[in-house]
Design a protein around this ligand. Structure first.
Ligand code: SF4
Length: 200
């Protein structure tokens, strides 16, 4: 199945990662997809096709999960592009394994799915990390080129505020490619939203 689809599950540190889509509404200038095809134990995170929910569950059932603490949805694409499928896989994992569920997201789920999506994560997702990336709508658009234009930034802030009602651990992050004054401004935005900011 690996040859036919590509690397869906891969090791990275203490986490088991799930790469379920290559779709993404952004073109971030620092995106790792533009620098390398592989990460952790994966040979290539470019999928030949998206795996179905049952294919991912079969892969998880065959994988030795004993050395991991969590399943992280994060790959060469935005996992919330497949929100319903992600939740179906996560629900299986919650009900059948000891793993916690984390999502690394660009925070654009509401615009991608055209609805308020934070409530759908309740009781399934344990941790979510939202990429803030820049400190204003214009700077975000210039760095990440979202297909939603300048609406993207406010949508990220709104999602981060709302998702704290449903997910126990929420954090934001920036990549260390922006000036320190912008990192400081991002730190303040995150603090005003009630979450910590990680520089990665
Ligand atoms: S949101 Fe993530 S996957 Fe999409 S372009 Fe930016 S860094 Fe890459």
């Amino acid at each position: 199945m690996h040859d036919e689809i590509g690397d869906v599950l891969y090791d990275y540190g203490r986490g088991l990662y799930a790469n379920i889509t290559n779709r993404c509404p952004c073109r971030c200038e620092f995106c790792i997809r533009t620098m390398t095809d592989s990460l952790g134990s994966a040979d290539s995170l470019w999928l030949k096709r998206e795996p179905s929910v049952s294919e991912v569950i079969d892969m998880l059932a065959d994988w030795d999960l004993s050395k991991y603490d969590e399943l992280v949805f994060c790959g060469y694409g935005e996992p919330m592009e497949r929100l319903e499928d992600l939740l179906a896989i996560a629900k299986y994992v919650k009900e059948n394994t000891h793993l916690k569920i984390r999502i690394n997201t660009n925070g654009l789920s509401d615009l991608i799915n055209r609805r308020e999506t934070a409530p759908e994560l309740a009781d399934i997702v344990d941790t979510i990390s939202v990429s803030l990336n820049q400190c204003s709508a214009a700077k975000y658009e210039a760095l990440c080129h979202p297909s939603f234009g300048e609406d993207a930034f406010d949508a990220i802030l709104h999602f981060t505020k709302e998702v704290q009602k449903y997910v126990p651990k929420v954090a934001m992050s920036v990549v260390n490619v922006i000036p320190q004054e912008d990192v400081d401004a991002c730190r303040k935005i995150a603090a005003d939203l009630g979450v910590t900011l990680r520089v990665r």
